[in-house]
Design a protein around this ligand. Structure first.
Ligand code: ADP
Ligand code: MG
Length: 252
């Protein structure tokens, strides 16, 4: 995925500033950076949910504005930072929405298989027949993620999907995403606010600040004290445990 000179301005404030980025295919790339850096805005433009003011975004060699909506929905799925659906639906029905670009409601065997697989990946087998308005925040978040996975796209964009998830489900989701990258060759782009999840699971990290990409490199290069201190304007300790780097950021 290529992002070329992409900008977005809100009320005379350029919140995404001429971003140029080449995201590696078949990798898990984490976006990090302080609140308001422009991560969600950029992800929304990458998925065409939000119109860019200028620039180009290429997926498989084609600019995103050239895709028909249904074709784009077969190529790329996005989970936004906040989702709200006020419909009376079961978990399985909401997850099956992910198949809509393919089946328009007439589900095939393949659709059913992908729906059950997505339910299983997110640990939702026992909740599949429950109404979504009876779920906890974390359970509902997992249902939305399952819907995105059921869409079975080459590109999966997730904006802070760990929100509301307990540690166990958060780690489980990251492992599922790794498997999708490693075994199915998906390209996963994920906004994470906990840099330890980025450090443990991402291949590459894009760090954004004030509308710009300030770093884009393999994870080991970005998870370094000088880089993170500058990015978050904090005193962050980076330590190593079991061959992985961890950041301590709450004991100044
Ligand atoms: N719809 C909008 N209208 C006006 N300003 C917005 C809108 N969406 C985002 N912004 C502003 O753009 C900046 C970047 O926001 P966002 O992309 O959500 O940052 P991040 O996801 O990195 O926290 C913020 O200053 C935010 O207030
Ligand atoms: Mg955001």
């Amino acid at each position: 995925m290529y992002i070329q000179n992409v900008s977005k301005t809100y009320r005379q404030k350029e919140v995404v500033q001429e971003v140029n980025l080449k995201l590696s295919e078949h990798k898990l790339t984490a976006f990090i950076g302080p609140n308001g850096a422009g991560k969600s805005t950029l992800l929304s433009m990458m998925s065409r949910l939000l119109e860019k003011d200028c620039g180009d975004i290429y997926i498989s060699g084609n600019e995103i504005t050239t895709f028909k909506s249904k074709e784009l929905a077969k190529k790329l799925a996005i989970l936004k930072q906040s989702n709200q659906i006020d419909l009376v639906l079961t978990v399985r029905e909401l997850v099956s929405f992910g198949r809509f670009p393919y089946s328009q409601g007439r589900l095939t065997e393949e659709d059913h298989r992908l729906i059950e697989e997505a339910l299983h990946y997110l640990g939702l087998d026992n909740l599949a027949d429950r109404q979504i308005n009876e779920l906890s925040g974390g359970q509902l978040q997992r249902v939305y993620i399952a819907m995105i996975l059921a869409q079975d796209t080459d590109y999966i964009l997730l904006d802070e999907p760990l929100n509301n998830l307990d540690m166990s489900y958060a780690a489980q989701l990251m492992k599922v995403l790794r498997r999708l990258v490693d075994e199915k060759g998906k390209t996963v782009v994920i906004v994470l606010h906990d840099i330890n999840f980025a450090s443990s699971y991402a291949d590459e990290i894009v760090a954004m600040k004030a509308g710009q990409v300030v770093y884009h490199d393999i994870t080991e290069q970005v998870i370094q004290k000088p880089v993170l201190d500058e990015l978050y304007e904090m005193n962050i300790q980076v330590c190593e445990l079991a061959g992985k780097r961890f950041c301590l950021y709450f004991n100044e």
